[in-house]
Design a protein around this ligand. Structure first.
Ligand SMILES: [Zn+2]
Length: 81
C-alpha cells in the first residue's frame, strides 16, 4: 500500500497518507483534498535498503579479511613450533 507525503495547499499542514486504491487523500487538519504530493516513502525506503545491503556487504568483506589474518597468524604460530 503506497504511503505518500503531502503538503496541504489550504493550511500548509504536512502529512503522510496511506492511499488505498482510488481514494482521494484528505488533509487530517482541515479535510481539504487540495494536497501536493511530496516524495514517496517508497523511494526513501528503497534507498535505505540499498545502503544497508551495501553495509552488510562491507561487513562481510571485513570479516573475510579478519579470518584471513587469523589464518596467517595461525600459520606463523605453527611455523615457530
Ligand atoms: Zn489542510
Amino acid at each position: 500500500m503506497p504511503l505518500y507525503e503531502y503538503e496541504c495547499r489550504a493550511c500548509h499542514e504536512y502529512c503522510e497518507v496511506l492511499v488505498r486504491g482510488v481514494e482521494t487523500p484528505a488533509c487530517p487538519s482541515c479535510r481539504s483534498t487540495d494536497l501536493e504530493r511530496l516524495q514517496s516513502s517508497f523511494g526513501v525506503s528503497s534507498e535505505a535498503t540499498r545502503q544497508s545491503s551495501l553495509g552488510r556487504a562491507r561487513k562481510a568483506g571485513s570479516k573475510e579479511r579478519r579470518d584471513k589474518q587469523h589464518a596467517e597468524m595461525e600459520a606463523v604460530r605453527h611455523h615457530d613450533h
